[in-house]
Structures are given as C-alpha cells and as structure tokens.
Design a protein around this ligand. Structure first.
Ligand SMILES: CCOC(=O)CCc1ccc(S(N)(=O)=O)cc1
Ligand SMILES: [Zn+2]
Length: 240
C-alpha cells in the first residue's frame, strides 16, 4: 500500500497530526535534551544487554528507513536494567538521517544536531506476548538512541552493541515512536557519547528510495522528525 505519510512537505512531520492525532500527544519523541535541565537519578542502573549474533535476519527498506529486522520469537537478544523493569527483547534497528551531514539526528543535545541517529528497538517480552501488543502499552518498548556525528569510522559486525559508543552513559525519558503510529509506548534511553559515520556512509543512507517499484525514483533524503514539546516530563541522567 502507498505510504500515507513520509518526510516531504505534503506528507511530513508537520502534517502527520492530520492522520495521527497522537502527533500532538503528551509524550512524543524525539525531544531536545538540555543537559543543564536533566536531573541525576542515583537509582538508575547501568545498561545490561546481551545480543545473539544470529538474531538479525534481514535488512530491508521499511519505507521510512532501512531496518535490520531480528528474529524475536525467543529471548536471545535482550536489553535489561538501566531505567527498565524486566527484560526487553531486540526487534529491529534502523537509522534516521538528514539531507546533509550537518543535521539528521532526531534527538538534539543542547541545540546540537548530529548527522544521524541509530535506534535499537526492543519490546517488553516479560509482560506482553508480542511486539505489536507491547507497542500499545506505556512500558511496552525500550529504544536505545545512538547519536551519529559525521567523520570516518570503521565497524565490522552485526552485533548492535558494536555500534554503541565506549561510554554507556545515558539520558532516559518516557516518549513515543518517532514515526507514525507515534505510539506513546517508549522508554527512551539516549546515549550521551556519539559514534561516527563517514560522509560517504551518510550519503549512502540518502540514496535509499522512498518511491515504490515502478514509480519514478525518489530518494529518502531525510527521515528525521523535529523535537517535540517536553510537556510534563523530566529527563533523568544516569551520570553526574
Ligand atoms: C504497531 C506497529 O508499529 C510499528 O511497526 C512501529 C515500528 C517502529 C519502531 C520504532 C520506531 S522509532 N523511530 O521510534 O525508533 C519507529 C517505528
Ligand atoms: Zn527510529
């Protein structure tokens, strides 16, 4: 089916509310993180993850990005601890980027926009039977956001933690999917330290097509949603 929404003027983030009223919800993502306004929470624990190299199955164009889809029929690749209660099962990972290396991340830090952003998506497999059910619940999903800045980088394996920076310091807040259906079911864990990608890698992101087969080729030059109102939310920091 043709995508009802996208990132162009006629179907982009500014008009998503017409089809998805949750766009104006009270826990939307991404947000602009202001490090002076975050609050250190001593009860937050370090992140704990264990990823099985055989979990990733396919890489595909999901319309709003390219995503690496994982086998989530059993608890082989999970994220635990951090701000979470229980364990969250790896579902997929994907990136967001912009039309140039100057911006493209979804979360911003102190007004700083990064070249891109990696999202590693997990669902609460202790409380819910599947991803789609979990995606409807306020504590259903846990997504690790990794900021990507432009430059040279080498990474060689599928293990998502190979894309994590050396420091696992993070901010956390309650938010939503950043693309329709914009479900407000996400506990966001945004790592403070960015990773790096080369300009060529970022240009390759932009070569992904958002047009359907047989249609004139149209490149997905940008797939980042701007920051949304914080409303009545606090961002907590794992680090001082
Ligand atoms: C219930 C069906 O919902 C989906 O398929 C959503 C998939 C989906 C997962 C995560 C994200 S993000 N950018 O917030 O990490 C967006 C979309
Ligand atoms: Zn995403």
């Amino acid at each position: 089916a043709r995508q009802s929404w996208g990132y162009q003027d006629h179907n982009g983030p500014e008009v998503w509310h017409e089809l998805f009223p949750l766009a104006n919800g009270d826990r939307q993502s991404p947000i602009a993180i202001k490090s002076s306004e975050v609050k250190y929470d001593p009860f937050l624990r370090p992140l704990s993850f264990s990823y099985d190299l055989t979990s990733p199955k396919v890489i595909l164009n999901c319309g709003y990005a390219f995503s690496i889809e994982c086998d989530d029929t059993e608890d082989r690749s999970v994220l635990r601890a951090g701000p979470l209660k229980g364990s969250y099962r790896l579902r997929q990972l994907h990136f967001h980027w912009g039309p140039t290396d100057d911006y493209g991340s979804e979360h911003t830090v102190d007004g700083l926009e990064f070249a891109a952003e990696l999202h590693v998506v997990h669902w609460n497999s202790e409380k819910y039977p599947c991803f789609v059910d979990a995606a409807q619940q306020p504590d259903g999903l846990a997504i690790v956001g990794v900021l990507v800045k432009g430059s040279q980088v080498a990474f060689t394996n599928f293990d998502p933690s190979s894309l994590f920076p050396e420091s696992l310091d993070y901010w956390t807040y309650h938010g939503s999917l950043t693309v329709p259906p914009l479900l407000e079911s996400v506990i966001w864990i945004v790592l403070r330290q960015p990773i790096t990608a080369s300009s060529e890698q970022l240009a390759t992101f932009r070569s992904l097509l958002c047009s359907a087969k047989g249609e004139p080729a149209c490149c997905l030059l940008s797939n980042c949603r701007p920051p949304q109102p914080l409303r009545n939310r606090h961002v907590r920091a794992f680090f001082h």
